[in-house]
Write a protein that binds this ligand. Structure first.
Ligand code: GRF
Length: 201
């Protein structure tokens, strides 16, 4: 399955996927990396991996739907059946979701359904959570809501800053996103109600 990886910034989760791909350890083919921010450092990293990159700035579009149509039009040249949102800081619309028959997968830095939205780690730290984590999930029409594929957690250390916690969690995210995308790419996932059931593929 060809997939697009969508990013907005640093791109460390994207890099984890491309690293796995370069070692032959990724069950999808990253056909293109797309950013809504042309200046995203992730694009240079993707180029270094030899992956085509595309970018359309969202600022010039008057609606999310119009923007998503432009993104789909751009990605259609790469024959992609699925998309991975790897630090893509845009809410996608049903227009976007309908364009990917194999689904859209996102990574969120919290144990959903806790701490949806931006700054999931900071939210959890401010709340005083003692365990934090990340979630790889299918995207549906609600924000940070779709069926859960993989979750991984770590204990919060006493006196640890939110920044240090976020940095430790990022390492866990890199494992979770590769694991989740591989289960998806291997065709092992079915959705029953809102539960993701993992089969043998
Ligand atoms: C990650 O924490 C991811 O979970 C969230 O945005 C951050 C992106 O980091 N959605 P990076 O660009 O992958 O380094």
């Amino acid at each position: 399955m060809n997939v697009a990886i969508l990013v907005s910034g640093r791109g460390s989760n994207m890099a984890a996927l491309l690293q796995a791909h370069s070692k032959g350890d990724l069950a999808v083919n990253p056909a293109v990396v797309f950013s809504n921010k042309p200046e995203a450092p992730a694009l240079a990293t993707a180029r270094d991996f030899g992956i085509p990159v595309e970018s359309i700035h969202h600022k010039t579009f008057s609606s999310r739907q119009d923007y998503d149509r432009a993104v789909i039009d751009c990605l259609s040249r790469y024959d992609v059946q699925g998309a991975v949102l790897a630090g893509y800081m845009r809410i996608v619309t049903p227009v976007f979701l309908d364009a990917f028959p194999k689904g859209v997968v996102n990574i969120h830095p919290s144990l959903l359904p806790s701490f949806r939205g931006v700054d999931g780690v900071q939210q959890a730290w401010d709340y005083g959570a003692k365990v934090v984590g990340c979630t790889v999930h299918f995207v549906n029409a609600e924000v940070d809501d779709g069926p859960i594929i993989v979750q991984k957690s770590i204990d919060v250390m006493p006196d640890e800053t939110a920044a240090a916690l976020g940095s430790r969690l990022l390492d866990i995210e890199h494992k979770a996103i590769v694991e989740g995308v591989n289960l998806w790419g291997e065709g092992r996932l079915s959705i029953v109600g809102r539960r993701v059931v993992v089969g043998s593929g």
